[in-house]
Design a protein. Structure first.
Length: 477
């Protein structure tokens, strides 16, 4: 049986001469799931773009890249346009960037047919979204992307990518915004398509349970590949061992058991679209100083809305919000948003975005040199000491942007940190670094309120987990 996709000695050279990927070789058989895993900046997404012909004209892709029986390494833009969608589909890492913010979600899915001159009915799109777990799909697909959670919007991208049943599917972090149950169901759907699946992920725990073979990337090179059990039991390369070691439990954090209350939400209700959409219904939670409280639930259950209420970014239609005096000053509550790239100022160097909380009203005015030095120290704590502090967000991977966002949220040691999916784009090593950083912040007295789909991350980090469903807060574990 011929491979559905074959890469041999693949190398990528940017216009400035740098080579983020060198000498990468692998193949994927029909129906096989081959996972590429590695740290942020290891070349995963760069390879994904090469497999889709998405690099600009100034970027050279060399070696052998066989797709649909054609060597596409030197193919032109017109050839790639013909191949995308029909021979190879793509699920991008950032669902918001994949969608036109001015058009309904259904148009995003329909574009998979329209770009090839094909027609599709709205019923077909609703059925596809329904199979991927989007509730009330026929009604929700008429809404715009900003009204959807990241998890639901990613399902729309998967519906579009698989629309024309391409024999090869490139999935770049397809489950990073999904809760654990939905993540597994989406992977089951992707595997059930019967195509050759290239699963690009930072989450080695996820791919160990789902891939047929795994390739480990480090520094733009494929340093090891093999079946999951072989890599788990007999890792040959230091990078593989490093990724596996990061799955170990966190050190036990000592708690006093007498945390001073910081924030209390009770009976919170929020509606949108003139009351037609209920985001929260009688929801509530409480968090104290030095406590880490997690919030979990299915995509679209209201977790992110509850966090916006906690941060003071949105007012509830009804309910009580009590804040301690410590939270009433500017900069007392610092967020880590779900969209890491969008949360950084695009034309600022990354160090300046990280240092921005140091300029909050009421804090001592620091000269630029001291703010920059503080930002560099914060970057080192989250493993960003090797990147150029003058780089703009567009020059960083999504995982690197997320680490920068965490560094920004902890730089002033605020009384409350509110984090919405802080590890969704991070590899296992970076996830551990962020977990340790948030635990240290709590150990120093900060309250940490975290939304995450990652159940393992929550078990390692949180003192309590509030569960949500259909806009309501349920049990506390």
């Amino acid at each position: 049986m011929h491979p559905a996709l074959e890469a041999e000695n693949l190398a990528i050279r940017y216009p400035d001469g740098t080579m983020p990927v060198q000498d990468v070789s692998f193949n994927v058989a029909p129906g096989e799931c081959f996972a590429l895993v590695g740290g942020s900046g290891s070349g995963k997404s760069t390879i994904a773009r090469a497999l889709l012909g998405l690099h600009g004209s100034g970027t050279a892709v060399s070696g052998k890249l066989v797709l649909g029986g054609e060597d596409m390494a030197g193919a032109g833009a017109g050839t790639w346009r013909r191949m995308r969608g029909r021979e190879v589909g793509f699920v991008a890492q950032n669902p918001w960037e994949s969608c036109d913010p001015l058009r309904p979600v259904r148009d995003h899915v329909a574009e998979a047919w329209r770009c090839h001159g094909l027609a599709v009915g709205w019923d077909e799109i609703a059925a596809r979204l329904d199979r991927l777990g989007v509730p009330a799909a026929a009604a929700r697909m008429r809404q715009h992307p900003h009204t959807w959670s990241g998890g639901m919007l990613q399902r729309a991208s998967i519906a579009a990518a698989s629309a024309l049943a391409p024999p090869v599917l490139i999935a770049d972090e397809p489950t990073s915004a999904l809760d654990a149950d939905r993540a597994q169901s989406v992977l089951d759907v992707l595997r059930g398509l019967g195509c050759a699946l290239v699963l690009i992920s930072h989450d080695i725990d996820l791919v160990l349970g789902n891939a047929d073979r795994i390739g480990v990337l480090h520094g733009g090179r494929l340093v090891e590949q093999g079946p999951p059990e072989h890599l788990r039991q007999s890792p040959a390369h230091d990078e593989t061992r490093r990724l596996l070691e990061a799955l170990a439990p966190l050190p036990v954090r000592r708690k006093t058991g007498a945390e001073e209350p910081l924030l209390r939400l009770a009976g919170i209700s929020v509606s949108y679209e003139h009351g037609r959409v209920r985001a929260l219904q009688d929801a509530g939670l409480e968090i104290g100083a030095g406590e880490i409280v997690g919030v979990q639930g299915p995509s679209g259950c209201g977790k992110s809305t509850l966090l916006r209420i906690a941060m003071g970014l949105e007012r509830p239609a009804s309910g009580d919000v009590w804040r301690a005096d410590a939270l009433r000053r500017t900069g007392a509550v610092l967020p880590v948003f779900q969209d890491p790239v969008g949360s950084l100022v695009p034309h600022w160097p990354v160090w300046r975005s990280i240092a921005e909380p140091l300029t909050a009203r009421g804090l001592p005015r620091l000269p630029v040199a001291k703010r920059r030095a503080a930002a560099l120290a914060a970057m080192a704590k989250v493993g960003l000491d090797s990147i150029d502090p003058e780089a703009r967000p567009a020059e960083l991977s999504i995982g690197q942007c997320q680490r920068a966002a965490v560094a920004r949220a902890t730089i002033t040691r605020p009384p409350l940190i509110v984090a919405d999916e802080p590890t969704s784009a991070l590899d296992s090593v970076s996830t551990r670094q962020v977990s340790v950083l948030l635990a240290e912040a709590a150990g120093a007295g900060a309250g940490v309120l975290v939304v995450s789909h990652d159940s393992a991350f929550m078990r390692r980090l949180a003192d309590r987990v509030v569960r949500m469903e259909a806009g309501r807060t349920l049990d506390v574990a």
